[in-house]
Ligand binder design. Structure first.
Ligand code: 6PG
Length: 249
């Protein structure tokens, strides 16, 4: 039974400081990892929290990040065109991809141009399988956010059971987000695919995340998808003071 890394929580004053700390962490891991392997695989998170981090990565001095050796994937996507204002690909393009010299063939967005979410999930499964021989060893780092309901990627508490999520045999699924979410049709890597990452790095900011963050960090509530992410080596949380007012005693 592989050991599960205990979470390391980095508590920062605000989103700006959180983003700087996460950028330092990621840049360091990329530089160190590429001393011993020839490519780095990074899965991006969607939503709004990562935008500053992506902008900081884009602003790194030339050469700090060897983009010719980095492959980018997504942990989830809204099933909308890649140029849609609510697309996770669009957000990463605007904040990062347009500013860095990463070869196009090393950027692997979820194919929302295909005829259906199921077709896109099947196609992305093939993409992941072209890069990872084993679902238990996927990304070097997966970036993740946390919803106020405890969701992460597009894995929602009320969608299926925790056990079904934990033992899902799919690499990527087409799902329907609960009605409170603006974009309903989604694509998401599953818990086992995300947990196949060497490192999982959560970025959480804002008072509205406080209750869910407490449930995950202090109670490891298995009903919350964010609490089910079990990376191979490192589980990091970058949180701001609004989401985590004080370190628990
Ligand atoms: C998405 C994300 C989702 C996000 C959380 C937090 O596609 O929306 O993958 O899991 O990370 O909803 O979103 P914010 O960063 O906007 O709070």
């Amino acid at each position: 039974m592989s050991s599960v890394p205990s979470p390391t929580v980095n508590r920062c004053p605000d989103l700006a400081a959180l983003s700087r700390a996460a950028a330092r962490d990621l840049t360091t891991d990329i530089q160190e990892t590429l001393r011993t392997q020839d490519r780095y695989t990074l899965a991006l998170a969607g939503g709004s929290t990562p935008e500053r981090l992506y902008a900081l990565l884009a602003a790194e001095e030339e050469g700090a990040l060897p983009w010719s050796q980095i492959h980018l994937f997504w942990g989830d996507e809204r099933f909308v065109p890649a140029d849609h204002p609510k697309s996770n690909t669009r957000m990463a393009t605007d904040t990062l991809l347009e500013a860095v010299p990463i070869p196009d063939h090393q950027v692997h967005p979820m194919p929302t141009h295909l005829a259906s979410p199921d077709a896109a999930a099947a196609a992305y499964t093939e993409t992941l399988q072209e890069h990872f021989a084993d679902r238990s060893r996927t990304f070097d780092t997966v970036l993740l956010g946390l919803g106020s309901d405890g969701h992460t990627a597009s894995l929602f508490p009320e969608t299926g059971t925790a056990e079904a999520r934990r033992s899902d045999d799919a690499w990527v699924r087409a799902v329907t987000a609960p009605p409170r979410h603006e974009i309903s049709p989604r694509l998401t890597c599953t818990i086992p695919t995300l947990s196949g990452a060497r490192r999982a790095v959560f970025l959480v900011a804002g008072e509205e995340k406080r209750a869910a963050l407490t449930q995950v960090l202090d109670h490891a509530d298995p009903s919350l998808p964010a609490a089910q992410i079990r990376p191979r080596d490192t589980l990091l949380w970058f949180v701001d003071a609004a989401a985590r007012p004080s370190s628990p005693e």
